[in-house]
Design a protein around this ligand. Structure first.
Ligand code: CTP
Length: 474
């Protein structure tokens, strides 16, 4: 396709909803929003990642619209719309789904290689597309400002594609719009977006764009933890995150964004020649289930304690050091505490060993140590770790341990304080204890006894046991 050409879609001949639905597949609520704007005499388009995904026949999320209508006009046309941010983006909800409508923009004044400080509204879709990151994200589908008058038939919508994004989409190429150095200087996150998109879309980064990432990887140091975290989460949801992580390593982004992983390079790991710890980590991440974000994150971080603990060919205590490091790293990325605690726990316990000689009590103690909600994730991490080491997924007696854990969980024996037949209030009312730490200690000890012998878990028996603990202490 010629640079600067626009392509009429097959919907271009007729006006109205039916024709608009033809190609690409735009959901009816989005078409209705566009039509409202068109009928009111405005230019309006679908833009960004959802259009790209629709052209690729991939499930699209978060439909974004852009128009020459100014924000106050949008509030007139859509009385239920609300402002989303100080840049004038409005959000319209239809059927529980939020659609963002943004007035055409001409960005300027990028500060600190992050996002623009100030935006200026524009009148031309081409200017709005020119400020976007990659050609595949710089297409628009819609129609220009109404030359037909309100109520008159509309000319058909078309694909506006000034940077040959359609051809790059078909070729699976990520190419920066214009000068890649400028695009990445404006917003360093775009470099991380490039590797993430390469992995999620299975695209190749065009050589000039890739070289610019290598040149400017250092700018990623300016990015906030939150923005990196959002990209990392999306990257880890890719079929093979290693594609993006390898690109990060090769371009120098990894050293800036996740130096703890960069430190795994050249640390010997597997017996296979040429394999280092980073290779093992990347294979482990790929082997973790794609729909389990916590396990993928734990797989990424499970061995980050190794470089620091390497001595005489061993990584003594790497899981404990690694758990601390994982917590620090995830705090730096401003991940929610529940996530960082769960990932740290998985890293801390990923080296568990199981023997067929374990008693049922030992299995129950294992369950309480890990926490029942984390067990399946720990097993999945262990499987991924094995695959990442080139050994069968169910090594270390994992299949048997899984079965025995399932048996214990099914038999509904007490495995936590809330499963005990008495609680702190009972100790106060029945045994005259006063509120204080002693209550927690007694409950812990009772749980320990019940884990060893589930038959003890009834109210009178536990009260007798508590009483005897008290008299021993007294
Ligand atoms: N964009 C950009 N620079 C950024 C972020 C976004 O130029 N740093 C532009 C791109 O045109 C992008 C659009 O804004 O397509 C919307 O951004 P966003 O919704 O964050 O990402 P998507 O491209 O939609 O990708 P995905 O849905 O896969 O996150």
């Amino acid at each position: 396709m010629r640079r600067g050409a626009t392509t009429s879609s097959s919907a271009a001949t007729d006006a109205g909803t039916e024709a608009s639905l033809a190609d690409p597949a735009i959901p009816p609520p989005v078409v209705r929003l566009l039509e409202r704007l068109w009928q009111a005499g405005h230019a309006a388009y679908v833009v960004g990642g959802s259009l790209r995904d629709a052209l690729l026949d991939r499930p699209a999320a978060d439909w974004d619209l852009t128009t020459d209508a100014r924000p106050d006009r949008l509030l007139e046309l859509f009385p239920d719309a609300v402002y989303e941010n100080r840049f004038g983006t409005v959000v319209v909800r239809r059927g529980g789904v939020a659609y963002e409508i943004t007035t055409f923009r001409i960005d300027h004044e990028y500060a600190d290689h992050r996002r623009p400080h100030r935006v200026e509204f524009g009148d031309r879709i081409e200017d709005d597309l020119a400020r976007r990151d990659f050609t595949v994200n710089a297409m628009a589908w819609g129609r220009p400002t109404g030359d037909t008058g309100v109520g008159a038939p509309l000319s058909g919508p078309e694909l506006v594609d000034p940077f040959d994004g359609r051809a790059d989409t078909d070729a699976g190429l990520l190419r920066a719009v214009g000068d890649p150095h400028e695009r990445f200087t404006e917003d360093a996150l775009r470099m991380v977006r490039a590797v993430r998109l390469a992995a999620t879309l299975d695209f190749t980064i065009e050589p000039g764009t890739l070289a610019a990432i290598s040149d400017q990887a250092h700018l990623a140091a300016h990015l906030s933890g939150e923005r990196i975290a959002m990209e990392l989460e999306k990257l880890l949801a890719a079929p093979s995150p290693s594609v993006g992580l390898r690109l990060m390593a090769d371009t120098g982004l990894l050293a800036v964004v996740l130096p703890e992983l960069e430190a795994q390079r050249d640390i010997p790991q597997n017996k296979a020649t040429g394999d280092d710890l980073l290779d093992h980590t990347l294979r482990t991440v790929d082997a973790a289930p794609v729909d389990r974000p916590i396990v993928r994150l734990a797989a990424l971080l499970h061995d980050i304690g190794k470089p620091a603990t390497l001595a005489d060919g061993h990584f003594h205590g790497h899981e404990t050091v690694g758990a601390e490091m994982a917590g620090d790293l995830l705090r730096r990325l401003r991940m929610p505490r529940a996530i960082s605690e769960r990932v740290s726990l998985l890293v801390r316990h990923h080296m568990f060993t199981y023997e067929g000689t374990w008693s049922d009590t030992a299995v129950r103690r294992f369950i309480t140590r890990i926490g029942r909600h984390a067990l399946e994730e720990l097993f999945e991490l262990r499987e991924a770790d094995s695959i990442g080491s080139g050994i069968p997924a169910d090594s270390f007696g994992l299949a048997e341990l899984r079965r025995r854990v399932a048996d214990q969980l099914e038999s509904q024996v007490a495995l936590g304080l809330s499963d005990l037949a008495i609680n702190g209030d009972d100790l106060i009312t029945e045994l005259g204890l006063t509120t204080g730490p002693a209550i927690g200690l007694i409950l812990d000890e009772l749980l320990d006894r019940v884990i060893a012998d589930p038959d003890l878990n009834d109210r009178p028996t536990l009260l007798v046991l508590a009483q005897s603990m008290l008299s021993q202490d007294g």
